[in-house]
Design a protein around this ligand. Structure first.
Ligand SMILES: *[C@@H]1O[C@H](CO)[C@@H](O)[C@H](O)[C@H]1NC(C)=O
Ligand SMILES: *[C@@H]1O[C@H](CO)[C@@H](O)[C@H](O)[C@H]1NC(C)=O
Length: 259
């Protein structure tokens, strides 16, 4: 059950009614009053559909299915990334919403150092996440501005979801920043077009709806930014993924750092 299907069936349900309202309102006053009432109810439903009242259980379902976000996908991909990047996974920066979950998972790996940048507020974060922030391992930072790290501070930078919320104007600044602070590469996890994952209730937090771009859009953008794809990493990642029958549910791009 994908969110897209749910959304489109709801639209298909409400607009034909609106058409019936217009064509039949002349025939019988009672019928038209009834139809107006139905219309009002539909409008109320439509107005409330973003508020979470009609979304709550669907969210729970998608969390369980793992169809929640590309940040969740990063956690699933860690063993495959380790195979593809080997020693370059020693000093990782993850950038994206819910970064605490990725950082805690990376810190459980042997000899791994990990940091995180959380682009949005973390008021609802749990205690262990607040602890990571307190220790300075996770920082809450607006990624539209330069990152507070020196060039080549990390071996690998992994970014998930966050870029989907940036317009090209800000991507133009943020993407080079991510490449600047890494030495062995930048891995981008982006949503597939047509898979709208954003929780409508959280849109105010993200500022704008996510824009899921096609892989050809991203690749054109990387070329504009003089960011090259790392063919070795792509090949190793694909090999490790097929060995584990791992199918990412997000687009994964492997880019070289700026040198
Ligand atoms: C982003 O940068 C590229 C090249 O540096 C440029 O061609 C493009 O117009 C820029 N886009 C925006 C929206 O600023
Ligand atoms: C390409 O990826 C490999 C890991 O597969 C990494 O060791 C190497 O440093 C990367 N090359 C560049 C230029 O980033």
């Amino acid at each position: 059950m994908s969110r897209r299907q749910v959304g489109s069936s709801r639209r298909a349900g409400s607009f034909p009614f609106a058409g019936a309202l217009h064509s039949k309102s002349r025939s019988s006053p009672l019928l038209s009053i009834g139809l107006v009432l139905v219309g009002v109810i539909l409008l109320i439903c439509y107005a409330y559909r973003g508020s979470g009242i009609f979304r709550g259980d669907k969210e729970a379902v998608s969390r369980v299915e793992g169809d929640f976000s590309c940040t969740f996908e990063v956690q699933r991909a860690i063993p495959v990334l380790k195979k593809a990047y080997g020693d370059s996974m020693r000093k990782v920066l993850h950038v994206g919403p819910d970064t605490c979950s990725v950082v805690s998972k990376l810190l459980k790996e042997d000899e791994a150092e990990a940091w995180g940048v959380e682009p949005y507020d973390i008021e609802d974060a749990d205690g262990s996440c607040k602890n990571l922030v307190h220790k300075g391992i996770v920082r809450v930072d607006d990624i539209k501005f330069p990152l507070p790290y020196r060039a080549k501070s990390f071996s690998l930078v992994i970014v998930s979801d966050a870029l989907d919320y940036l317009s090209p104007k800000y991507l133009n600044r943020t993407l080079p920043e991510l490449a600047r602070v890494s030495t062995d590469g930048l891995v981008v996890f982006a949503g597939y077009p047509g898979k709208q994952r954003a929780k409508i209730a959280e849109l105010s937090k993200f500022g704008r709806p996510a824009k899921m771009r096609s892989s050809s859009w991203w690749i054109r953008f990387f070329v504009q930014m003089s960011l090259e794809e790392n063919e070795t990493a792509i090949k190793k990642f694909e090999q490790a993924a097929s060995k584990r029958s791992y199918m990412p549910s997000c687009q994964v791009f492997h880019l070289k750092s700026y040198h």
